[in-house]
Ligand binder design. Structure first.
Ligand SMILES: Nc1ncnc2c1ncn2[C@@H]1O[C@H](COP(=O)(O)OP(=O)(O)OP(=O)(O)O)[C@@H](O)[C@H]1O
Ligand SMILES: [Mg+2]
Length: 506
């Protein structure tokens, strides 16, 4: 049989790192092909080669049985190959329709005409139920909608081979369900799909076949129906993965963090409504809820990324409400932000500098008015080892070149190791492989053992149940439940999350 795409003996090297090591992958026409692998295994690199973003040092690509040269994304587009990237590539200041048409604009008598384009796009929107607002500006729309824009961009170019690089990492469970349906309908029409994901149950649900990469090498390609989730996890990381978290009891101490009556408004709308809670030393409080119920705004208000209209926050006995972000950090706040590329990292600095962003001026990293480069380098190496951060050149790697999951590990390392009493973790394991998730959960529980106070926001119910001591549920800007994790029941949590039940006075 002829494959839709066959990548043969592909090798891609970055400096001394072999990102893809003699990989041969065949994708059948009309199938959904999953790609699994640890953070940094080479998944994005392999698909970027197929999309013409990188050139392989060795190997060849056959498309519909013919040898092809794909030197840039235009070549890929011409063959009908489209890609939704791990970090979206939309122009923030442009509208949705401008982004969809970008590079494919029609001009008639020298005037940009979008009438036909609009019709074609509207047809696609209706056909695949891809709800977007064509005239909204990208920076004003949710990540879920941005992703639908990326999908429309592929469809607008008549792509029939679609590559999705971790499309579900930024989606809510509801959006994930919708996307899976959309992918299935593409496949039914005969489109060929490759999907990279860390969620093993998504592979089970959507993929026909799956390929596993580990440290640049191909481990196996198999029919999904023949392999269990446990076996897939093992192929990925090369050892058994536990999937259960050992959470010993820890005696809690004093209240470390207190929020009193926080309210936040955006554009005159109340998005956080009179929220109060406490976090004690040795306690992990998990905030559960469907994305978009005020979690982001609450955390941004606490950390100082956005103003709060009313309320006070306390760290120990100190009112820190009006302190600057830097002062809050100095008082002992640590923060793993939601958007790692915007608020977490400076992509064009190297890893060691990113690991000391908020404390480079402290004595530990200074020697007679200068930065102590030895100390910084050694500090970085310790974190790289402890958090298993994988990159090409270790401490001196430019962060931009690191894989998505390894960027996330770098932020976690920086925030967990820096002196703090209170750690806010927003979606701490987003984009991480199962092995790395296990490691991060252990680190968070270690912090708890060291009597740190931790506030975690997660959209993964399992993570909330496994890690937290106490669970707060947010719905429409309010805390509607405050329950001990050991008494929590998944179904009941679901009811709180959907606003069908509440146990707190309103
Ligand atoms: N432009 C680049 N320059 C240097 N090294 C790179 C570049 N792009 C990727 N790498 C390295 O190649 C390896 C594979 O990266 P890749 O992004 O393909 O991983 P991945 O499997 O997609 O991981 P993740 O699940 O974390 O997204 C990583 O070690 C990464 O640091
Ligand atoms: Mg990747």
């Amino acid at each position: 049989m002829t494959y839709k795409v066959e990548m043969k003996n592909i090798t891609k090297v970055f400096g001394t790192l072999v990102a893809n090591d003699n990989i041969t992958l065949g994708v059948k026409p009309g199938e959904i092909h999953g790609i699994l692998g640890e953070n940094g295994a080479g998944k994005s690199t392999l698909m970027s080669i197929l999309f013409g973003l990188y050139k392989a040092e060795e190997g060849e690509i056959l498309f519909d049985g013919q040898k092809v040269e794909i030197n840039n994304p235009n070549d890929a587009n011409r063959l009908g190959i489209g890609m939704v990237h791990q970090h979206f590539k939309l122009v923030e200041a442009f509208t949705v329709i401008q982004n969809i048409m970008l590079g494919q604009e029609d001009t008639r008598y020298g005037i940009l005409s979008d009438k036909q384009a609009r019709k074609k796009i509207n047809d696609l929107i209706n056909r695949y139920h891809l709800k977007v607002d064509l005239d909204a500006t990208i920076r004003d729309i949710s990540v879920g909608m941005q992703q639908r824009v990326e999908i429309l961009k592929m469809l607008y170019r008549d792509s029939n081979m679609l590559i999705f690089d971790e499309p579900t990492a930024v989606l809510t469970p509801q959006e994930v369900k919708e996307l899976i349906q959309i992918m299935k309908s593409f496949a039914k029409e005969g489109k060929t799909i490759v999907v990279i994901t860390h969620k093993l149950h998504e592979i089970k649900e959507v993929a026909d076949r799956c390929t596993v990469l580990r440290r640049g090498k191909l481990i196996n390609t198999f029919d999904v129906k023949d392999v269990s989730i446990k076996q897939m996890a093992e192929m990925m990381v090369g050892r058994a993965v536990l999937f259960t978290v050992d959470k010993p009891d820890v005696k809690t101490g004093d209240v470390v963090f207190k929020a009193d009556n926080i309210s936040v408004q955006t554009w005159g709308k109340t998005v956080v409504n009179d929220v109060s809670f406490e976090v004690k030393a040795g306690e992990i409080v998990g905030i559960a809820g469907v994305d978009g119920n005020g979690q982001t705004e609450l955390i941004q208000a606490i950390t100082g990324l956005r103003p709060m209209q009313t309320g006070d926050i306390w760290l120990g006995h100190d009112n820190i409400t009006r302190m600057s972000i830097r002062q809050k950090y100095e008082m002992g706040l640590a923060h793993i932000p939601e958007d790692r590329q915007k608020h977490g990292l400076i992509l064009d600095f190297d890893l060691q500098s990113n690991l000391i962003l908020q404390n480079y001026y402290t004595p530990k990293f200074q020697r007679r008015f200068f930065l102590d480069m030895d100390a910084i380098y050694q500090h970085a190496n310790k974190q790289i080892e402890r958090f298993d951060i994988r990159s090409e050149q270790g401490a001196t790697t430019m962060v931009r070149s690191m894989s998505g999951g390894n960027q996330q590990k770098a932020i976690l390392a920086r925030e967990i190791q820096k002196p703090h009493q209170f750690l806010i973790a927003m979606q701490p394991t987003r984009g991480l492989d199962v092995g790395a998730i296990e490691m991060i959960h252990k680190q968070l529980l270690d912090e708890r053992k060291k009597q740190k106070a931790i506030l975690m926001v997660s959209f993964e119910i399992d993570e909330i149940m496994d890690i937290s001591d106490r669970i707060l549920v947010m719905y429409e800007g309010e805390i509607v439940a405050n329950i001990l994790a050991k008494d929590a029941d998944v179904n009941e949590l679901g009811l709180y999350m959907l606003g069908e039940k509440r146990s707190m006075p309103s």
